[in-house]
Design a protein around this ligand. Sequence first.
Ligand SMILES: NC(=O)c1ccc[n+]([C@@H]2O[C@H](COP(=O)([O-])OP(=O)(O)OC[C@H]3O[C@@H](n4cnc5c(N)ncnc54)[C@H](OP(=O)(O)O)[C@@H]3O)[C@@H](O)[C@H]2O)c1
Length: 340
Amino acid sequence: MSRRLRVVQWTTGKTGSAAVRGMVGHPVLDLVGCYAYSPDKVGRDVGELCGIDPIGITSTDDIDALLALQPDCVSYMAYRPNFDHLERILESGVNVVSTMYMMAGFGYGEQATHRLRDACLRGGSSLYASGIYPGHAPMVALAASAMCSRVERLSVLESLDISGYANEQMFRAQGFDLDPDDPAAREACEASCGSFKDQIPVLANALGLRLDGVGFRVEFATANQDTDLGYMTVKKGRIAGFKGTVSGDKDGRSLIECSFVWKLGEDMTPNWPVTHGYVIELDGVPGVRVRLEPQGDHLDGTVTTAMPAVNAIPLVCAAPPGIVNLMDLPLVRAAGQFRP
Ligand SMILES: NC(=O)c1ccc[n+]([C@@H]2O[C@H](COP(=O)([O-])OP(=O)(O)OC[C@H]3O[C@@H](n4cnc5c(N)ncnc54)[C@H](OP(=O)(O)O)[C@@H]3O)[C@@H](O)[C@H]2O)c1
C-alpha cells in the first residue's frame, strides 16, 4: 500500500490512548478524527486526552462529521461495542480494526456477527479484531506450530497481576470482588471470556482440527485482607484472582486451551505464581515452548493491546470485504517502524 491512510480513533480509553500515541508520527497512518463517548471529552484536543502534546485534532460525538472525513479505517476501542455505530461505519465503506471480541466475529453472538458481516459486504469494508490476548499471542502460537510435524495439544496462558490496568468497570464485570459462593461469579467470569470462545475456532480452523465443542473451567482465589488498589477495593474473602481455561474439546480431551491467571495484587489464597506474560506450549513432535514477555513500562498491557490492531490497518484496508481474522491477512508487523 503506497498511499497514506486516514484513520479515525473511536474513544480514548486506556487502549485507545495507546493507539493514538502509536499513530502520531506513524510512517503510513494519519489520524484525522476521534470519536468521544464521554460528554466531557467532546471538544478537547485528542493529544491532551491521550497524555501527549496537543495534535490539533478535536474529539467529537458527531458521527456524520467523522464519516465525512472519508477515513480509510476506524480504530474502534470502546469498552463495549455499539452495533448501530459499527454498522454505520462498515456500510459506509470504512474498514474497522478493533481490540474487541470479534476475532472470528462470534464474541458477541451470532446475530451481531451476521449484522456486522452484512454491513461489511454492503459497504465493501473489512472488520478485523486483535489485541495481545486474544490476538497476537495466538498468532505467535500458530507461527511456532510451523516447526512441528505433529501437534497434540496447543495452549496459550496469560498469567499476570493485572492490577496495573486500573479498570474497575472491567474488573467488576469479570467478577472480581464478588463472593466466591455467588453463582454470578462464575457466570461473570465466563461471560468475560467470550473473546477466548471466539478465538478457539480460529485456532482450530488454522490447524485443520475439527472440535466437538468449547468448554470452560475456573477456580477462584480470595483476598486475605481488604486490598485498596486506588481505583477499587477488593474486600477480604472476596474474589481477588481467577485461574481458568477456555478449551477446544474433542473426544473428551481438551486440545486447544486459552488459559489465564488474573490477579489483583498478591495477598490472596491460593496465591498462584504468575509469569508476567504469555506462555505458549505446543505438545507434539517436537514440543515447543514460547514465552512472550512485553518489557519495561508496557506491562500495563495498553500498548501491546493497541498495536496489533493499529499495525494491521494497512493490511485490513487491503483485505477483501467481510470479517477477517489472522488467517486472512499477511503477517501483521511493525512495518516502517524500525527506528534504531
Ligand atoms: N484483545 C485484547 O488483548 C484486549 C485486552 C484488553 C482490552 N481489550 C478490549 O479492548 C477494549 C478497550 O479496552 P480499554 O481497557 O481501553 O477500555 P476502557 O478504557 O474501559 O474504555 C474505553 C472507552 O470506552 C468508552 N466507554 C466507557 N464506558 C462505556 C460503555 N459503557 N459503553 C461503551 N463505551 C464506553 C470510553 O470512551 P471515551 O474515551 O470517549 O470516554 C472509554 O474511554 C475493550 O472492549 C476491552 O475488552 C482487549
